[in-house]
Design a protein around this ligand. Structure first.
Ligand SMILES: NC(=O)c1ccc[n+]([C@@H]2O[C@H](COP(=O)([O-])OP(=O)(O)OC[C@H]3O[C@@H](n4cnc5c(N)ncnc54)[C@H](OP(=O)(O)O)[C@@H]3O)[C@@H](O)[C@H]2O)c1
Length: 260
C-alpha cells in the first residue's frame, strides 16, 4: 500500500484528504493507495513521523509548517527555494547501495524533496485570464500564500505591490489605496482569508467603487465559490476568479510529482 498524507496543525476540514480519497475511488486505486491526515503540533516530531510510516511516498504541507519543514528537505525545487515555502514533499527511498553508485554522500535512506505546487496552481489558473492591460497587480495580504503569488507574478513580468494592514516599506496600507492606484493596478489578488466560510460577508477593505471592466479580481478563497470580494468586482463588471481551480491544480501537480 502506498501512503500519502497531509501534515499541519490544527487539521480541521481538509480539502486534500477528501480530494485524494475521491481520486483513489474514481481511479480504482483504493486497494493500492491511502491518504491520511497527520496532525503535527510541532515539527520536531516530523522525523519520527517519517520513520513511523515507512510506506509514505508523499506529503502535502499546510499551515503552520510550510516554511519550517524546509529545514528537513534534502533537496528543494527552484520555486520552493525562491518562495521559501514547501507545500509538497516527495519521499524517495534510496537503498545505500544506490547512493553509492550515484556518488551521493548521504547515509540517509529516506530522501525528501520539497516543492511548491501553490505557485503552479496559481500560474496555470491565472494565465488564461490575462490580457495585455494586466501589467500591474496588487497582492492583498502578506502571509505565506502571498509569496507564491508574488513569485508567479514575477515570472509573468507583472509588476506587483503588496497591500498589508501594516503598510510597511514598499507595501501599501489599505487606507493609501486611491482612485489612481486602483486604476493603475488592473489585477488584484486577495491572499487574505477574509470572506471564507462562515464569515462570508467579510472582504478586504479596498475602494471597490474604482473598479472597472478592465480589472481582474482573483480570490484565493474558494469557499464560498463567490466571495464578497468577487461579488463586488462583478458588480463593477470586472472579471473574477476564485481559488478552486488553483486548489485542484496544486493537488494534481503533487500527484504528478509523487508519481514521477
Ligand atoms: N486556492 C488555493 O489553492 C489556496 C492556496 C493557499 C492558500 N489559500 C488561501 O489563501 C488564504 C491565505 O493563506 P495564507 O497561508 O497566506 O494565510 P496567512 O499566512 O494567515 O496570511 C494571510 C494574510 O492575510 C492578511 N490578513 C489576515 N487576517 C486579516 C484581516 N482580518 N484583515 C486584513 N488582512 C488580513 C495578513 O496580512 P497583513 O497582516 O500583511 O495584512 C496575513 O498575513 C487562506 O484563506 C487560504 O485558505 C488558497
Amino acid at each position: 500500500m502506498k501512503k500519502y498524507g497531509l501534515i499541519g496543525y490544527p487539521l480541521t476540514h481538509s480539502f486534500s484528504q477528501e480530494y485524494f480519497a475521491e481520486k483513489f475511488k474514481q481511479e480504482n486505486l483504493e486497494n493500492e493507495c491511502i491518504y491520511e491526515g497527520f496532525s503535527l503540533p510541532s515539527l520536531s516530531d516530523f522525523p519520527a513521523l517519517i520513520k513511523a510510516n515507512p510506506d509514505l511516498c508523499g506529503l502535502n504541507v499546510t499551515i503552520p509548517h510550510k516554511i519550517g519543514v524546509i529545514y528537513f528537505m534534502n533537496q528543494l525545487d527552484p520555486a520552493a527555494k525562491s518562495i521559501d515555502a514547501v507545500n509538497c514533499i516527495k519521499i524517495v527511498k534510496k537503498r545505500p547501495i544506490d547512493a553509492f553508485f550515484t556518488g551521493e554522500i548521504s547515509s540517509s535512506e529516506v530522501y525528501l524533496e520539497g516543492y511548491n505546487t501553490d505557485a503552479f496552481g496559481f500560474e496555470h489558473s491565472l494565465k488564461p485570464l490575462l490580457h495585455k492591460h494586466h501589467q500591474k497587480a496588487l497582492i492583498l495580504g502578506n502571509g505565506g500564500a502571498s509569496r507564491a503569488i508574488a513569485y508567479v507574478l514575477g515570472l509573468l513580468n507583472i509588476d506587483y505591490r503588496f497591500v498589508s494592514r501594516q503598510g510597511k516599506g514598499k507595501n501599501y496600507s489599505y487606507d493609501q489605496l486611491n482612485h489612481e492606484i486602483i486604476e493603475e493596478h488592473t489585477l488584484i489578488v486577495n491572499t487574505t482569508p477574509l470572506g471564507t466560510f462562515p464569515k462570508i460577508d467579510e472582504c478586504p477593505d479596498i475602494p471597490y467603487q474604482y473598479l472597472t471592466k478592465w480589472h481582474l479580481l482573483y480570490d484565493l478563497v474558494y469557499n464560498p465559490e463567490e466571495s464578497a470580494f468577487l461579488k463586488q468586482g462583478k458588480a463593477k463588471d470586472a472579471a473574477t476568479k476564485n481559488g478552486l481551480e488553483m486548489l485542484h491544480l496544486q493537488a494534481e501537480k503533487a500527484w504528478e510529482i509523487w508519481n514521477s
